[in-house]
Design a protein around this ligand. Sequence first.
Ligand SMILES: CC(C)(COP(=O)(O)OP(=O)(O)OC[C@H]1O[C@@H](n2cnc3c(N)ncnc32)[C@H](O)[C@@H]1OP(=O)(O)O)[C@@H](O)C(=O)NCCC(=O)NCCS
Length: 166
Amino acid sequence: MTPEPQREGRRVADSATEMTQLVLPQHANVHGSLLGGTVMHWVDLAAAIVANRHSRRPVVTAAFDEMAFLAPVMVGQVALIHARMTLVDKSSMEIRVDVVSEDVLTGERRKTGTAFVTFVALDPVTRRPSTVPPLVLESAEEKAEHVRALERRRLRLERRKAHTQN
Ligand SMILES: CC(C)(COP(=O)(O)OP(=O)(O)OC[C@H]1O[C@@H](n2cnc3c(N)ncnc32)[C@H](O)[C@@H]1OP(=O)(O)O)[C@@H](O)C(=O)NCCC(=O)NCCS
């Protein structure tokens, strides 16, 4: 593991990202709503930006968990993708991504999906996992999400172990 010289903590707000996408026909499935794979692509991109901002390192997706599709986003609506850091370990980072639809005519917003994405920071030269700055938790909500993230991480690492054994 390549050590990170800069160990100063970074706040959740320092890396939080919001992406806004107008849903066009080219993004749609046969039902006229946003294709699930396109949602996951946007979720992956928003999470990557959070991981890059926090670590200031090259990052790769290590795991994509619990992508829940709660409601469709229709063509002509706006998809808002909110991504924020929930947990930082040595080189790995968990990012929570919430997807919200917005009707451009009424302004009505609806939560349509959530995912938890794990990124790993790499040393730019060796391309091996590299330690990242600690996460500074400020609000009660950030602290509560972090407690839930610790349990998700435990389950994720159990699954990883099971997958690598089979
Ligand atoms: C992710 C990757 C760099 C990990 O490398 P590795 O040699 O397995 O390294 P390690 O076992 O030391 O793991 C490094 C960190 O990644 C975490 N990690 C690796 N795989 C993971 C998984 N499936 N789920 C959660 N965390 C994972 C480890 O827990 C460890 O975290 P820590 O440093 O915070 O303790 C490597 O598996 C890889 O390159 N995967 C392909 C990535 C990719 O191509 N993504 C899609 C395109 S971006």
